[in-house]
Structure formats: C-alpha cells, structure tokens
Design a binder for this molecule. Structure first.
Ligand code: UDP
Length: 317
C-alpha cells in the first residue's frame, strides 16, 4: 500500500514515514517545509516540496497513492490567536483542497491528525470522544472544522476516515538515520524546554496556582512511537463511508512539576525552573479517555513519561 504522508518532514510526520517504511508501506511525502525539515525525508522516497494550497502539487503527490495520512498544518495555539486567517487558510482550506484532489484521484482512505484542542476546557476528565467540542482558540477551531468536514465528506463521497485527537505528543524515535525529534523554532513544548533549561535561562512554569494537587497544569503525554502505532492500526481498520474519531493519549495525567521531576531524574541533576504567571488559554487539566482506541483499534500505549524524557534527552545529546 502506498501512503501519502502530508507534513512528512515535521516531527510527527517524519516519525510516521520512518515507521511506515519499516513496516513495508510505500511512501510519498508532500510538505512545504515551512516548519518541517527536508533533511528528514529518506532517500528514495517520493518527496514533493509543495503546498496543500496548490492543487497541482496535491495531484502530483497523489499519483499511485492508496491512502493519506494528513499531518500537514499549523499547530501553535499562541500563533493561531495572532494569525487566525493563516490557520484557517492552511488548515481548513488546505484540507478542503486535499479532499477535493483525493476525490479526483479516487483516493478513499484518510487518517487525520486532529487534536484535543477541539474539546476546549473540559467539563469532565477523562475526556471522551462524545464530550462537547468548544475550542478556546483558533487552532482548535480549525481542527474541529476539519473533523466536521471529513464527517460530511465521508457521508457524501463514501471515504473511509479516522480523526485522531492527540493529547500531548512527546518523545523521539531512534531511526536508522539517527534520532527523529522535535525541532521547533521557537520551541514552546514543555519537555524540550525542560531539557534545555539552564541556570541562566530556567524553564518557566506557567502557573503554580491551578486547582491541581501541586498547583501546576496536568496533561496527558503520549509517546510519538505509540501515537504512530495507533495511526497504522486506524489505517488498517478504516471502513468505507465511516468517519471514526479516536482520542490518543496515555489515559494518565502528569503535572508540570512531575514532568520536571522525571526529566531531572533522567538528566541526573535537578533541572532549574522559575515559577511564572499562567499562560493564556491553558486549561488546568487535560486527560484522555482512550478506551475507544483500545477496544476498537486494539491499541495500547506502552511507553511512559520516563521513556519520553529519556528519548528526547538522548535525541538532544
Ligand atoms: N508549560 C510550561 N512551561 C513551558 C511550556 C509549557 O509550564 O515552557 C506548561 C503549559 O502551560 C502546559 C504544559 O506545560 O500546562 C504542556 O504545555 P505544552 O506547550 O507542551 O503543550 P500543550 O498542553 O499546550 O499542548
């Protein structure tokens, strides 16, 4: 089976490319490299440096393809608040183009990178897929709009689709070509920032007065390798005319201070931190209910927070 990986040079997409190739899939990549890194594309793989907003690029990328894993998109909450139009254009309009070109090319299978940001501030945790969707920022709103577009597309044109709603993705993959890890600029994510913390420039803890056990925010971290395993299971269980939505997390929550403690243990020294004000838009607690992915996909995440910090540390060393 040939899979088109959009966003295949980014952190999660490049990990997907590597694991899919290992498992015998053929791969095509479409990426404009606006945030990805062309050097992650393996030799011999069909790689089109192009845009979701360009129908010609999409048509070319879809040649000979059986299914699409759609990772390409803008993914920073803060940036989305400043540039909502950009997020709508790249994420929503880009996916509309992708669906139209898939239709023209007769490609009927899609696995999409959705987000827990579609839920917004949860009324209950753990969060079920049936929870209300009230995104609190433009990023989450674009992911929800896309999920709804895919549901309509599946009903109208019979495509087989799955939206995977990620909680906090972390960790790294040691591939034959070296470590594939987060290389964001600027880096906003907790684990890379914790591992790069220094006495001169300590990592900020955004809020110490949250209504949680230690006063810091609680998140559900899932290892990128487990995450891609779920994508492949979703791909292999797609059904024509059906759009499934699955949460992907670990089902457990860790506070910011617990992540710092795990990272300090892995690093072998106390990582310096500085208590700082809350970051706008952060909910206090986000934890996934992952029972649907477990029961319908037969997926079980096997890597814990210790693996995520250890792998990221190794990748950065
Ligand atoms: N966080 C923090 N310092 C940082 C980056 C993040 O305290 O330098 C906190 C953030 O407020 C949130 C958690 O760590 O509670 C995870 O943030 P991240 O940006 O990694 O992911 P998000 O939950 O926003 O998707």
């Amino acid at each position: 089976m040939r899979v088109l990986v959009t966003g295949g040079t980014g952190y999660i997409g490049s990990t997907a490319v590597d694991i899919l190739l290992e498992q015998g899939y053929e791969i095509s990549i479409l990426d404009d490299c606006s945030t990805g890194h062309a050097d992650t594309a393996p030799a011999g793989v069909s790689f089109i440096q192009g845009s979701l907003l360009n129908s010609g690029d999409l048509a070319q990328a879809l040649v000979g393809v059986d299914a699409v894993m759609h990772f390409a998109g803008k993914s920073l909450v803060g940036e989305s608040v400043e540039k909502p139009d950009l997020y709508h254009q790249v994420n929503v309009d880009g996916t509309r183009n992708l669906l139209d070109e898939m239709h023209k090319s007769g490609v009927k299978k899609l696995v999409f990178s959705s987000s827990a940001a579609t839920y917004g501030e949860p009324e209950q945790v753990p969060i079920l897929e049936s929870a209300p969707t009230k995104p609190t920022n433009p990023y989450g709103a674009t992911k929800l709009a896309i999920d709804q577009m895919i549901t309509a597309e599946s009903a109208a044109r019979g495509i087989a689709a799955a939206s995977l709603r990620y909680f906090n993705v972390a960790g790294a993959l040691k591939s034959k070509r070296g470590w594939l890890a987060e290389r964001h600029n600027p880096e906003t994510h907790l684990i890379p920032n914790v591992l790069r913390s220094t006495e001169e420039n300590p990592v900020k803890i955004f809020g110490t007065d949250w209504p949680t056990a230690d006063g810091t925010c609680v998140r559900d971290y899932v290892h990128v390798v487990d995450l891609i395993d779920a994508h492949i299971k979703a791909l292999e269980t797609l059904t024509a005319g059906v759009h499934e939505i699955y949460n992907l997390g670990s089902g457990d929550g860790y506070s910011v201070r617990e992540v710092v403690a795990a990272a300090s243990k892995a690093a072998g020294h106390q990582i310096p931190t500085i208590d700082s004000p809350r970051r706008a838009g952060d909910p206090a607690v986000l934890i996934a209910d992952i029972n649907k992915a477990k029961s319908k996909l037969g997926w079980v995440p096997t890597r814990g927070i210790e693996d995520m910090v250890a792998d990221t540390l190794a990748a950065f060393s």
